[in-house]
Design a binder for this molecule. Structure first.
Ligand code: HEC
Length: 100
């Protein structure tokens, strides 16, 4: 059921063509956390996953899940909340193109 919902979310998001140059600009706030190698937040102690070089479809589905509350994480929910489908497509295009 969850997988079906994710696949649906991913395929509908991919109707948007991601633009990595726009994504670089839109990802500015994200880089504060996601661009720091082996970054761990001080409190509570958690590891910030590396998104640079991740699979594009995976980034899209993760952001949709955070935005829609299917994946529960307060910080990332806050970060994904204001993103449109187009923003998510652009950011995913950017992140999947870096770190390779
Ligand atoms: C304050 C720090 C912070 C900021 C800012 C932030 N993130 Fe995150 N992000 C995290 C943490 C911590 C996690 C791990 C959450 C979890 O365990 O689900 C995460 C998880 C993710 C994941 C899932 C990675 C995986 O391997 O599953 C993606 C994709 C992501 N963030 C993208 C973004 C984007 C895009 C932005 C900007 C719009 C952003 N993040 C801003 C801290 C941050």
């Amino acid at each position: 059921m969850l997988i079906a919902a994710l696949l649906l979310a991913v395929s509908s998001a991919q109707a948007f063509e991601g633009d990595p140059r726009q994504g670089r600009i839109k990802a500015e706030t994200c880089l504060g956390c996601h661009a720091i190698p082996s970054y761990t937040n001080t409190y509570p102690m958690y590891h910030v996953p590396k998104v640079g070089g991740q699979n594009e479809a995976y980034i899209i589905s993760a952001l949709l899940a955070y935005r829609d509350g299917q994946r529960d994480h307060e910080t990332m929910h806050g970060n994904a909340q204001g993103l449109s489908d187009q923003d998510i497509a652009d950011i995913a295009a950017y992140f999947s193109s870096v770190g390779k």
